[in-house]
Design a protein around this ligand. Structure first.
Ligand SMILES: Nc1ccn([C@@H]2O[C@H](COP(=O)(O)OP(=O)(O)OP(=O)(O)O)[C@@H](O)[C@H]2O)c(=O)n1
Ligand SMILES: C[C@](O)(CO)[C@H](O)COP(=O)(O)O
Length: 226
């Protein structure tokens, strides 16, 4: 199976609040996007396309390995993945879509996604259980319902797809009013079942400053002498 990786790195990172795009923010001295590309490669995905913000294209090219294909992303994550998918070489039979914002994703997660695709899944996502009590609130913030949490899962990346399936699902979604927060929901909207494999807490998404501080600690702990 030949898999191509897509890294969505075109966001601005408003919630992180850095002065540069989030994917360029350093973690232990190296930009988040570089960590994300390395995770994919360590897990077995050699060919990678990265979607970046147009104004900072040159800055991304300067930090990424020369054999990474850089494309300009869009206004939404879905638009950025669509742009990268159009640039992904057609000889690939699988696509793994990853967030630049998940820099410490263990290679084993990537390998589990690849293995599920090799075993015949057309779509697969890494997931973790929900550990907090989960509720619904109304417009005033008053709890209106408890949600049984045992069937709930938190979805991570990389998300893996049969390439033709992902291309067709993105084609169907084009021009609809639907808003998608990940690629598996684009595929599910086309009626394709999405399978799951075990995710990993270390693949957490860096969204706010606290997440970056935790990631720095995670790297320091991994580097500390035993
Ligand atoms: N137009 C966009 C928006 C997001 N992303 C990418 O999608 C991933 C997940 O998005 P998120 O964590 O929400 O990043 P931002 O959109 O940058 O964050 P914020 O919502 O705080 O601005 C990130 O790697 C981000 O770079 C993207 O490629 N193109
Ligand atoms: C793709 C994703 O990371 C899966 O959990 C998530 O949906 C991205 O959400 P965001 O609001 O764009 O950070």
């Amino acid at each position: 199976m030949h898999a191509v990786g897509i890294v969505a790195a075109a966001g601005s990172g408003l919630r992180l609040g850095a002065e540069i795009p989030k994917a360029l923010v350093p973690l232990d001295g190296r930009p988040l996007v570089v960590w994300a590309v390395e995770s994919l490669r360590a897990g077995g995905v050699a060919e990678v396309v990265v979607a970046v913000p147009a104004p900072q294209r040159a800055a991304f090219v300067a930090v990424l390995p020369a054999d990474v294909h850089v494309v300009v992303g869009g206004d939404t994550r879905t638009a950025s993945v669509r742009a990268a998918l159009a640039a992904a070489r057609e000889h690939a039979d699988a696509v793994l879509v990853h967030d630049a914002a998940r820099p410490l994703t263990p290679p084993a997660v990537v390998a589990r996604v690849l293995a599920a695709l090799a075993a015949g899944a057309r779509a697969v996502v890494p997931v973790l259980p929900v550990v907090d009590t989960t509720v619904v609130v109304d417009a005033d913030g008053v709890v209106t319902a408890d949600v049984p949490r045992s069937p709930l899962r938190r979805v991570q990346t990389p998300q893996g797809f049969d390439r033709a399936t992902l291309v067709e699902a993105y084609g169907r979604a084009h021009g609809t009013a639907a808003e998608f927060t990940d690629d598996a929901s684009v595929v599910r909207a086309a009626g394709i079942p999405v399978h799951t494999v075990a995710g990993d807490e270390r693949a957490a998404k860096i969204t706010v400053a606290h997440d970056l501080a935790l990631a720095e600690l995670q790297v320091a702990r991994a580097q500390a002498p035993a």
